[in-house]
Design a protein around this ligand. Structure first.
Ligand SMILES: C=C1C[C@]23C[C@H]1CC[C@H]2[C@@]12CCC[C@@](C)(C(=O)O1)[C@H]2[C@@H]3C(=O)O
Ligand SMILES: O=C(O)CCC(=O)C(=O)O
Ligand SMILES: [Fe+2]
Length: 359
């Protein structure tokens, strides 16, 4: 069993209300259960924008380093993923989430499971529900596809083929981005044990999650939340967002929330908690959230890329000296997820060497 699944097994979601999404098709107003009260308003005057990096640029490595340090997020172009595949993924995602509610619920994620249809996992940490639904996959989604389209073998096969192809491509870009990030820190790839060919049995652990934000019936959309603020726990996350609206936002210290405007064909790369640890705090794990709108059904596909099972991540030895002591102790993805399941966005503090926290 992989360690992400293991962590989910030991931290089940007890309340089905936090798994089954609202039937968005029949909702003609924003129910109280989905009305957020303390929802900070966006400052429309923030300046600057998320860096856009052309991977064929000879300076790509130093641009990546700067983006990871200052932003914790960037958009990449010339990443090698065929545009047509991105379009197909988007179409299949829209098709899936446009199914009747009961059909989607037949592929529901189990309380201690990781794959299938449901609300975002972080739902349990908030008193209000999010205006979104997700579908998660690890490898072939066939088991769920047969439930989603019980009588349409063509749909099952199409969906699975496209999602499997996408996971293969995402694995390649993620690995490329991971290597570029590590190199940009001045860390030799030799140092990353599990990347060595002799360790090829040690595969990175990954998850593909399709996200859907249906059109919100309330005109004051600031009362709803698409995806509540969080950081990703992975090394990095590669995100494809539909170009309809700019609802994804990142938080910047001393500035506030800023939009990540979609660029056709570009992919968004988020730095996650484990990369923050590996870089000894040099790279910023980016806090992000998603708002909703009342004109377009927005979809996205997030690919979480993390270390193999049982591999402990610690600040790279190359980044540590007398003046730069290790900020974190070694931690596996499972250990981080276990603490996140209880302490959410405070989890990183539990692994900091300079903060003593009661565990
Ligand atoms: C591979 C991953 C990454 C997970 C945990 C596990 C499976 C589900 C992923 C997400 C997806 C949505 C945001 C997040 C914050 C969430 O709650 O579930 C992610 C989380 C994390 O980054 O920790
Ligand atoms: O939909 C998006 O743009 C972001 C989703 C997200 O943050 C996630 O899946 O972790
Ligand atoms: Fe995220």
């Amino acid at each position: 069993m992989n360690s992400i699944l293991e962590s989910f097994k030991s931290n089940p979601v007890h309340d089905l209300n936090h798994i089954i999404p609202l039937d968005f098709k029949t909702a003609n107003n924003l129910p109280d259960s989905h009305k957020w009260t303390d929802h900070p308003i966006v400052d429309p005057f923030t300046v600057g924008s998320v860096p856009i990096i052309d991977l064929s640029d000879p300076n790509a490595i130093s641009l990546i380093r700067h983006a990871c340090e200052k932003w914790g997020v960037f958009q990449v172009t010339n990443h090698g993923i065929p545009l047509n595949l991105l379009k197909q993924v988007e179409l299949q995602t829209l098709r899936l989430f446009s199914l009747p509610a009961d059909q989607k619920v037949s592929a529901l994620r189990s309380p201690d499971g990781i794959t299938g249809y449901g609300q975002p996992r972080i739902s349990v940490f908030f008193p209000k529900m999010m205006w979104s639904e997700v579908f998660s996959m690890m490898g072939s989604p066939m088991e769920h596809a047969t439930k989603l389209w019980p009588h349409q073998h063509d749909h099952q096969a199409n969906f699975c083929n496209i999602m499997e192809e996408y996971q293969k491509e995402m694995k390649k870009v993620s690995e490329k981005m991971f290597k570029l990030m590590v190199e940009s820190l001045g860390v030799s790839l030799e140092e990353v044990e599990w990347l060595k060919p002799t360790m090829s049995c040690k595969d990175p652990q990954t998850l593909l999650q399709l996200n859907s934000y249906p059109v919100c019936p309330e005109s004051d959309t600031s009362r709803a939340m698409g995806f509540a603020p969080h950081t990703d726990s992975s090394f990095l996350t590669v995100l494809h967002q539909s170009t309809t609206t700019s609802d994804l936002q990142i938080f910047r210290d001393n500035i506030g929330w800023m939009p990540v405007h979609p660029i056709s064909g570009a992919l968004v790369v988020n730095v996650g908690d484990l990369m923050h640890i590996l870089s000894n705090g040099q790279f910023n794990t980016v806090l992000h959230r998603v708002l909703v709108n009342n004109t377009h059904h927005r979809v996205s596909a997030a690919y979480f890329y993390g270390p193999p099972r049982d591999v402990k991540i610690s600040p790279s030895i190359n980044l540590i000296d007398h003046d730069h002591p290790p900020l974190f102790c070694p931690v596996s993805w499972k250990e981080l997820l276990d603490i996140r399941a209880k302490h959410y966005n405070k989890a990183l503090d539990f692994f900091r060497n300079d903060i003593v926290t009661a565990k």
